[in-house]
Design a binder for this molecule. Structure first.
Ligand code: PSV
Ligand code: MN
Length: 414
């Protein structure tokens, strides 16, 4: 039962008066996809205490079941990113894992190599001074390319914890060369029609320098690596004042906007729900994407469909599945509001130099109550009008608590 029927009528009247095409907005929203991370369903994450949540996923099967629940309730989260080796089956049978995912209506998404947890990586992985350690990291990433073939994944998501803690600890240019050379060696192993996305982080765990500190260095590197390499923006990896939407606009324009790791950069890493503190920023990110796509003058690789919208969060105090649903919905709301920006009116105000007029067009769209639109959309998609409420009433949490108990382990094998 759609409780927003009346409000939806008023909403469509207003949208039509602004020249907006509601059917286009709804079809764009129906095509939206958000990938959730397997590690976000397990007790994993923060570098301080990990508080075990009763019911957290232990095995990859648990993580797939949780993903399926999130997708069932939202209709827009049909794939899950894997972290290797955390999600590596003991018997190596990725085909079986893929089959199970497909039986749940899911796809296995980005493959995330882990080149930061072994003791050998204390001084880095592909930027490590020792060629033997570099080779170990490279071999692991090559193995991940093989895994992509088995899982049907078309994204290799690369993050390097490489960096230094003290001035003089290592040769900064030398480290840059090692990163570049090793990534160049990796590229030929990437499956055809797939992409490598390169994350950056301005600090941590290297506190003096990180080897790929910002979008500029990631852009530079991916440019040298060719068309199969693009930049990945993890919202948490920025200084607090960074204008992330401008980075999005630049990368879209250059055809190098590969994907996102959504979270809140309030934390400077992956632990808080995207859009929980700054929904305006999330809306502006989507606004830049919609503007670029609708302008029709960005490279094909910069289209919304080519961008990988992924969540990278490890919830610590709030439970896993509900927080994931909240995050997916926050992205849906932000996209809905971005689709409602009357772009002709915005352009007019911008060209007229009407500073506050243009700002008002944007903020009015942001203030729109999109609940009636989303209620209608969800009815058409056959998912609950309020996915959070539906989750709370579903009994799923009680079920996983009883079945899984409380484990302190982070991640796990199938
Ligand atoms: C590192 O903080 C990161 O953002 C990378 O994307 C990793 O793959 C992910 O978190 C999980 O460790
Ligand atoms: Mn990330």
């Amino acid at each position: 039962m759609n409780t927003f029927k009346k409000e939806y009528e008023l909403f469509t009247e207003k949208a039509i008066s602004q020249g907006l095409d509601i059917n286009y907005v709804k079809s764009a929203l129906k095509e939206q996809v958000i990938e959730t991370p397997s590690w976000g369903y397990a007790n994993s994450g923060t570098r301080f205490q990990v508080f075990p949540w009763p019911g957290a996923a232990v095995t990859t099967t648990d993580k797939l079941n949780d993903t399926s629940m999130v997708h069932k309730l939202t209709g827009i989260a049909p794939s899950v990113a894997l972290h290797i080796p955390w999600d590596k089956p003991e018997d190596g049978d990725f085909a079986a894992m893929r089959q199970y995912a497909e039986s749940l209506g899911l796809k296995l998404g980005a493959i995330n190599p882990n080149v930061f947890q072994d003791y050998e990586y204390m001084l880095g992985s592909i930027a490590h001074p020792s060629t033997a350690v570099q080779q170990k990291a490279l071999d692991h990433m090559i193995e991940c390319c093989e895994i992509m073939r088995k899982t049907g994944s078309n994204l290799l998501s690369l993050w390097f914890a490489d960096g230094t803690n003290y001035a003089g600890q290592d040769d900064l240019r030398g480290r840059k060369h090692r990163v570049e050379e090793n990534l160049k060696k990796l590229m030929p192993y990437l499956p055809k029609d797939s992409r490598a996305l390169l994350e950056y982080k301005f600090f941590e765990p290297g506190f003096y320098s990180t080897d790929i500190p910002d979008w500029g260095s990631s852009y530079l590197m991916t440019n040298k690596l060719g068309d199969q390499a693009q930049v990945l923006i993890d919202l948490g990896h920025h200084p607090l004042g960074a204008n992330i939407e401008q980075i999005v606009a630049f990368l879209m324009d250059e055809g190098k906007m590969g994907g996102f790791h959504f979270n809140s950069h309030r934390y400077a890493d992956d632990d808080l729900m995207v859009g929980s503190v700054n929904p305006f920023e999330l809306f502006l990110i989507y606004h830049e994407i919609v503007s670029a796509v609708e302008s029709g003058d960005v490279p094909a690789s910069g289209t919304a469909k080519a961008i990988a919208f992924m969540i990278d969060q490890s919830f610590n105090i709030e439970g896993k599945v509900a927080a994931m649903i909240h995050s997916v919905i926050n992205c849906q709301e932000a996209y809905a509001k971005a689709l409602l920006v009357p772009r002709n009116a915005l352009k007019e105000a911008q060209l007229a130099g009407d500073v506050l007029g243009a700002h008002r067009v944007i903020t009015e769209a942001f203030k729109t109550d999109v609940r009636p639109l989303l209620a209608q959309l969800r009815e058409e998609m056959g998912v609950p009008e309020d996915p959070i409420e539906a989750y709370r009433k579903s009994g799923y949490e009680e079920k996983i608590r009883a079945a899984r108990g409380t484990h302190t382990s982070s991640g796990g094998y199938q």
